[in-house]
Design a protein around this ligand. Structure first.
Ligand code: G6P
Length: 491
């Protein structure tokens, strides 16, 4: 946090993302606030609380228009405002084309290896360009200075960096791509690959979670654009502009806000077991995600089946509680994912369940951060079986929730988090039997080993927290600024 402040003396900060940090819904004439299920929001919100500034995002709640002031601004967080939220309103056609279409039917499956075919429609692309332009205009209008620091988030805004650069040449533009970047062959599927690359190269810094995704990006630039790539310095020069391309593994606030006010672990466990009608002796695994096909939810249910088949001693003694927030449900691939997971849970419950016990409890509803943390604290095991994931902050949140230094994390090797959390039980989610064995190992792991593993993971997440993430990017940005000032003076 100190690094953050020292790198931002009097700087004007703007964050841009599609998802807003607080959704205002209309609940019978009253405003009901919701914290969205989004790793991006989990990560960025503490930064904005610490730095202040303006967050520009798509207004998505049913009560949004009731809450704006005359400048379309709202001060947040509601209990103790420290920054401004500027909502951008989109028509249904804009949302269909830009968000559901190009971003989530095109770029999302393009960037994740989940074997869902990307769909690219020209009409979606036109909306994507227009919405990026709309956000660029809003950012420029919000700026009070000519050299703000703009933090652009994710695959919804690949064109925004160049659009802002055109209007504000002295801005420091830091773009973070929260999802994987595919290899050039896969990327070439996208009909607008050159436009996306040129748009992103409007950034001063372009961040990914892993070195691997940075290399994929550099290879894509090499293959499809005419510009100079300096692999040693990890940057791309196009005309006069240079973009530093580096890995900045994202993280969470430490300690997380949602941990404050949590009851002790035994109390959390009691509450959760009672809530789901489970016997006090039952060992509990939890999964928490959006209902997304990249998360491998049905696969982890199959792993529970494998555990019970190969280790029947766990019948009636183990339950997986899976919380899955509905997401992007207008898209068929997402509806299919829900149906597949539900069918899989039913099949396993029918096969192994008894009169008063079910191995899988699927709760397909949104949960607020406090509830999620209680669940994490109640669990013996947290199971993260993503088929592909940029980082996966659920894994880091589970670690942060366990100040009792207990609990086992089972983590997919295809989540960026596995590059940092080596003390998790690392699994291949496509290998169902091995995932079942990891569950068995986790359930029988001695307490001392659980503590030693958890301690190490807590050290890593505590140290490499979200302030460290933002601090490193801002430090790199400030070095770039100082260097170019010096170069200008010398010239
Ligand atoms: C991923 C994306 C975020 C997005 C989140 C939730 O983490 O990287 O940009 O906000 O999913 O998805 P949604 O479409 O509901 O915002």
């Amino acid at each position: 946090r100190t690094l953050l402040r020292s790198e931002l003396p009097n700087a004007e900060i703007l964050v841009v993302s599609n998802r807003e940090p607080y959704i205002h819904n209309d609940d019978d004439g009253q405003i009901a606030l919701q914290r969205p299920a989004s790793g991006l929001v989990t990560a960025l919100e503490p930064i904005m609380r610490a730095c202040g500034g303006t967050w520009v995002a798509h207004g998505s709640g049913s009560a949004d228009r009731l809450t704006v002031d005359e400048n379309d601004h709202i001060q947040v967080p509601p209990e103790a405002p420290t920054y401004t939220l500027r909502r951008i309103w989109l028509s249904e056609e804009e949302q269909d084309g830009y968000y559901f279409g190009l971003a989530n039917e095109g770029l999302w499956p393009l960037c994740h290896i989940a074997f869902v075919r990307p769909v690219f429609r020209s009409s979606d692309w036109e909306h994507y360009v227009a919405v990026n332009r709309k956000f660029a205009d809003a950012v420029v209008a919000e700026c009070k200075t000519t050299n703000p620091t703009v933090l652009i988030q994710d695959y919804h805004f690949a064109l925004l960096p160049a659009m802002i650069r055109e209007k504000l040449p002295d801005a420091t533009i830091i773009t973070f791509w929260h999802i994987p970047w595919p290899n050039p062959e896969v990327f070439s599927i996208c009909p607008w690959k050159e436009e996306l690359l040129s748009g992103l190269l409007g950034s001063s810094i372009l961040g990914f979670h892993t070195q691997f995704h940075c290399l994929n990006f550099l290879e894509s630039v090499d293959r499809f654009l005419e510009c100079h790539i300096d692999r040693e310095r990890s940057n791309v020069r196009a005309g006069n502009a240079t973009t530093l391309v580096r890995p900045y593994p994202i993280s969470i606030e430490w300690p997380p806000l949602a941990l404050a006010g949590q009851p002790p672990v035994p109390e959390c466990r009691k509450r959760i077991l009672e809530r789901y009608g489970l016997k006090p002796s039952v060992r509990l695994a939890v999964g928490v995600e959006r209902f997304d096909y990249t998360k491998g939810i049905a696969d982890r249910f199959r792993a529970v089946g494998s555990l019970l088949e190969r280790h029947p001693e766990w019948i009636e003694r183990f339950t997986l509680v899976q919380v899955a927030a509905p997401t992007r449900s207008r898209l068929e691939a997402y509806r299919d994912t829900q149906v597949e997971a539900q069918n899989q849970a039913d099949a396993i419950n029918n096969r192994f369940g008894t009169d008063n016990w079910k191995p899988i409890i699927l709760v397909p509803t949104h949960h607020e951060p406090d509830e999620v943390f209680t669940l994490f604290r109640a669990a013996d095991i947290c199971l993260v079986s993503s088929l592909h994931d940029g980082m996966n902050l659920v894994a880091k949140e589970f670690v942060a929730a366990r100040d009792d230094e207990d609990g086992v994390l089972i983590l997919s090797t295809f989540a960026g988090a596995s590059r940092e959390l080596h003390e998790a039980l690392i699994v291949n989610p496509y290998d169902i039997q091995a995932m079942g064995e990891a569950l068995a190992d986790g359930l029988s792991m001695p307490a001392e080993q659980r503590r030693d593993r958890m301690r190490l993971m807590r050290e890593i997440v505590g140290e490499h927290n979200i302030y460290f993430w933002a601090g490193r990017m801002l430090l790199d940005a400030s070095r770039i600024r100082k260097r170019s000032n010096l170069e200008r003076q010398i010239a």
